[in-house]
Design a binder for this molecule. Structure first.
Ligand SMILES: Nc1ncnc2c1ncn2[C@@H]1O[C@H](COP(=O)(O)OP(=O)(O)OP(=O)(O)O)[C@@H](O)[C@H]1O
Ligand SMILES: [Mg+2]
Length: 302
């Protein structure tokens, strides 16, 4: 997968910053965010010293970071930097070897993925993980499975409450499908949709449960510029309509700059920068991580 996310103008800016060594590390303006999230913990997510290794490979090496409630925080870094691993430990798919994870003030690093979903964590996957043979509607409704009160027996026996619950699930799925502009495709099988729309269905499935923390692993990968900008609009709209915090992995620097309040940069499992989009883009450590010893800034590679 290419990580060509630096255009020529950005490269000029990076070179200038590298020369001047002026790196502003302040955190994003918080006034707007604070106004939108109401009361409760200020941080949606706090990681302290989180490490994860696969055999001899250190995917995450002592990662500490904070994500404020209501923020859109992008995680960037070269291929293999540990970005997906970070989302995998936060969503409970992998257990960290060391370190602590706090979600909205609760320690969750020993909590399983299914329980984390009930606590308000939703995610999408780098490689689509949809049910291709099911309709858009059913795929989106599957994002509510952990919220069901009725079990398979009450469903089969048609016990009281089951029908009402099914109706609520259908209504909530329909609302989310509408919110993401997918109403015309509700009955279509997901496998028959173009790739860009499938990515949007995955976002719908994550949003349907009204999560507090949305983890998006390359939601715009493989999309056209128009599709990316539509997707960025939906992520922004989702944040605006809910008390939602977003952690987003993305390679396209244009998208990252336009969408993020806060950017964290990983390289070889370590955090090498953390700050506003502008500060991170101008950070010499980030430039070195992407450019390495090559001269090809503005072409392939960053
Ligand atoms: N399940 C796994 N088993 C073994 N090694 C893994 C596994 N998952 C990740 N790794 C390794 O951990 C490191 C970090 O991988 P990760 O997928 O988190 O990177 P990434 O930043 O998401 O990369 P990309 O941009 O290519 O998606 C890599 O060296 C990868 O090979
Ligand atoms: Mg990845």
């Amino acid at each position: 997968m290419t990580t060509a996310w630096l255009d020529a103008a950005a490269a000029d800016g990076l070179r200038a910053a590298l020369r001047n060594k002026t790196v502003e590390r302040s955190r994003p303006a918080e006034a707007g965010i604070a106004a939108s999230v109401g009361s409760g913990p200020a941080y949606a997510l706090v990681l302290a010293g989180v490490s994860l290794a696969f055999g001899g490979v250190s995917a995450l090496d002592g990662i500490s970071l904070t994500v404020r409630r209501g923020e859109i925080c992008s995680i960037i870094g070269p291929n293999g930097a540990g970005k997906s691993s970070l989302i995998n430990v936060v969503s409970g798919l992998y257990a960290a070897d060391r370190g602590t994870i706090n979600l909205l003030g609760k320690r969750v690093d020993k909590v399983r993925a299914s329980h984390l979903a009930r606590l308000g964590v939703a995610r999408t996957f780098q490689n689509l993980a949809l049910f291709g043979g099911l309709s858009v509607r059913d795929n989106v409704a599957s994002g509510l499975v952990h919220k069901r009160r009725s079990n398979v027996f009450s469903q089969v026996l048609g016990l009281p409450g089951t029908a009402a619950e099914n109706r609520r699930i259908r209504e909530r799925a329909a609302e989310t499908i509408d919110f993401l502009g997918l109403s015309a495709h509700g009955d279509q099988l997901v496998a028959t949709l173009p790739y860009g729309l499938q990515k949007r269905v995955e976002l719908a499935r994550a949003l349907v449960a009204d999560p507090a923390l949305l983890l998006l692993d390359e939601p715009m990968a493989g999309m056209t510029a128009t599709e990316k900008s539509e997707m960025a609009g939906f992520v922004r709209a989702a944040r605006a309509h809910h008390d939602l915090t977003v952690v987003l992995i993305e390679h396209d620097i244009g998208v990252v700059m336009g969408l993020s309040d806060h950017v964290v940069v990983l390289d070889y499992g370590r955090k090498i920068a953390d700050g506003t989009p502008a500060a991170v883009r101008a950070d010499p450590a980030v430039i070195r991580a992407y450019i390495g010893s090559t001269d090809g800034v503005g072409g392939e590679g960053i």
